[in-house]
Design a protein around this ligand. Structure first.
Ligand code: B12
Ligand code: SF4
Length: 497
């Protein structure tokens, strides 16, 4: 019998939810799937593919004889590797289809690199339709959601209606029967997610906010008219996935909810908390937003096992937040949200900041320092830079405002991986901004606050001291990380409060 096979490839993400949902959809429609996890996640310094890894992928694909290879291009930050893979597979004569968040935003770039087709937004139904059409030798060009090159331009077909009830798509595959990890010059069989300590899940898709540096609103603008900005799964579907994860991933101790904003619709949280406590019982984390924090909701979730709340604040400067980032919460809203989080008794709070970018000045950095001084309770700051991402609204703002030239911006958006990740992690900015940045970092450690108060009157006169303590504090960060992990384990054992 002729094989009906699709090879799916995820980049730098062995838990790739997009690929796992697509695998379920294809299998339910009677297709074989080989899932390739191409290189592990490395948030600091991911390296491009080696010739050996590309050869391993080509061999694997040749063995599977798929109708096409589907590449999940979630982020532009790995385009360097995606380009290597597209070119290698095309040289080997394979049909290449791309999808994922970034592919949906810029199909032309992937088609120009050599991909045959791009499918935009939700892929579950369109990928099956494309596979069936190609398998039967039909012409796919009329299919919804499809993009392809035609007559020197890009043809973008209308996007298929999105399912409002996400349960219709099924649950992501937790343990793929034909999965491979290609990394470190080797190709290993088996689903690389199985030995994980922490499972990643989403209960919804979409975000109602409009941050200019984030692609969520740009993706939302692509949705067919009438689509809901946020779509949900049922509590029961989420629980069934997590029960499966507990069965399959024997070392599991933690669950990350990676919803852009954890669902807070009336009734959902209560039903979730009751079911989670009874059926799952593992410590978990959520992402939230200053405008969404709600005391009752946090208390309910804490009772079910919530141990960490991660919230984006991004800047203490009202100007940067409102005029540049289009985040409309006030400093008062942020302060209130941090008070509610501290008061909820959730073990750990992490606050994200994007700092020392082209819009930052010493004055705005100082405003961030002042805001951080008001944050109560136990927390950690996740301070990083700003990555300009293709198609996001902040890109033309930065160019038109004269902060970055059009040429510099183009080079930044598509820079090699090493450069993009170093912008994310390394502090830039003038000397004054950097002093305020370092003081902000130091403030998160209660025992260093006295020194901050001594130096904040004239940081420029204490440059050496501030730099030295900043260096030392990086070691405290490591120790704090271990304390945090220990706290989570205690809670897993039912010993922490
Ligand atoms: C959750 C999330 C994460 C999680 C992922 C968890 C996991 N287990 O996969 C974590 C925190 C790990 C993460 C990491 C990163 N993320 Co992220 N992430 C998201 C978020 C909020 C949701 C993604 C998601 O899981 N959606 C649910 C799944 C089911 O949908 P999906 O992935 O889009 O897949 C569907 C379709 O796209 C399509 N599809 C997907 N693949 C394919 C392949 C084919 C062939 C086809 C046909 C269809 C198809 O079908 C799928 C099912 O419907 C998005 C925002 C967004 N709205 O997309 C940002 C987002 C994708 N992330 C982003 C970024 C930048 C990153 C990081 C680079 C951050 C960093 N500095 O390290 C890394 C990169 C990770 C990687 N290796 O690619 C950006 C990407 C923009 C860009 N131009 O790069 C986004 C858009 C957010 C933003 N800031 O704008 N992320
Ligand atoms: S709140 Fe988060 S996910 Fe939503 S638009 Fe802003 S950055 Fe993106």
């Amino acid at each position: 019998m002729e094989r009906k096979t699709v090879v799916l490839v995820a980049f730098y993400n062995v838990k790739a939810l997009g690929v796992r949902y697509l695998e379920t959809a294809l299998r339910q429609a009677g297709w074989n799937v080989a899932a390739v996890y191409f290189k592990r996640f490395n948030s600091r310094a991911p390296s491009p593919a080696t010739a050996e890894e590309l050869a391993l992928l080509t061999e694997l694909v040749a063995r599977e004889k798929p109708v096409f290879v589907g590449l999940s291009v979630m982020s532009s930050m790995y385009l360097e590797t995606v380009e290597q893979v597209v070119k290698t597979l095309k040289r080997a004569g394979e049909t290449v289809v791309c999808g994922g968040a970034y592919a949906s935003l810029e199909p032309k770039r992937l088609l120009t690199l050599g991909a045959d087709y791009v499918l935009r937004l939700d892929g579950e139904k369109p990928i099956v339709a494309l596979a069936e059409t190609l398998k039967s030798g039909g012409d796919p060009r009329g299919l919804d959601s499809l993009c392809y090159l035609e007559g020197g331009g890009v043809k973008e077909n209308p996007i298929a209606p999105l399912e409002e009830d996400l349960d219709v798509y099924g649950r992501p595959t937790v343990n793929s029967p034909n999965a491979w990890l290609i990394d470190q010059g080797r190709c290993e069989p088996g689903d690389p997610q199985l030995d994980t300590l922490s499972y990643e899940v989403i209960a919804s898709r979409g975000c109602p906010f409009t941050c200019t540096y984030c692609a969520c609103q740009n993706l939302r603008r692509l949705c067919p008219p009438g689509s809901k900005p946020i779509r949900f799964r049922s509590v029961d579907s989420v629980m069934a996935e997590l029960e499966e994860a507990k069965r399959q991933c024997k070392r599991l101790v933690f669950v990350h909810f990676y919803d852009e904003i954890f669902p807070n619709t009336p009734g959902w949280v209560e039903e979730f908390a009751a079911a989670y406590k009874k059926r799952i019982g593992l410590p978990f984390s959520i992402w939230t937003h200053p405008k969404m924090v709600n005391e009752q909701m946090l208390k309910t979730l804490k009772d079910a096992g919530l141990v960490e709340v991660i919230m984006g604040i991004q800047s203490g400067s009202p100007h940067i937040r409102k005029d540049i980032f289009h985040r409309y919460e006030t400093n008062g809203d942020v302060a209130q949200a941090t008070r509610v989080i501290a008061g909820s008794g959730v073990f750990w709070a992490s606050y994200d900041f994007m700092l020392l970018h082209p819009f930052e000045t010493a004055a705005t950095m100082r405003e961030t320092y002042e805001l951080v001084k008001g944050i109560p309770g136990r927390y950690e700051l996740q301070m990083h830079g700003l990555n300009f991402l293709p198609c996001t609204d902040i890109v033309p703002m930065a160019v038109e405002g004269g902060y970055v030239s059009a040429e510099e911006m183009e080079a930044t958006l598509y820079a090699p991986m090493a450069e993009q990740f170093s912008t994310y992690w390394h502090e830039q900015g003038d000397a004054d901004s950097r002093r305020w940045y370092e003081l902000t970092y130091l403030w998160q450690f209660p025992r260093l606050r006295r020194r901050c108060l001594e130096w904040e009157g004239a940081p420029g006169e204490h440059t050496g001291d501030i730099d030295a303590l900043y260096e030392k504090a990086q070691r405290l960060e490591k120790r704090r990380y271990l304390r945090k992990k220990a706290g989570v384990v205690l809670r897993r054992l039912g010993l922490g409060r």
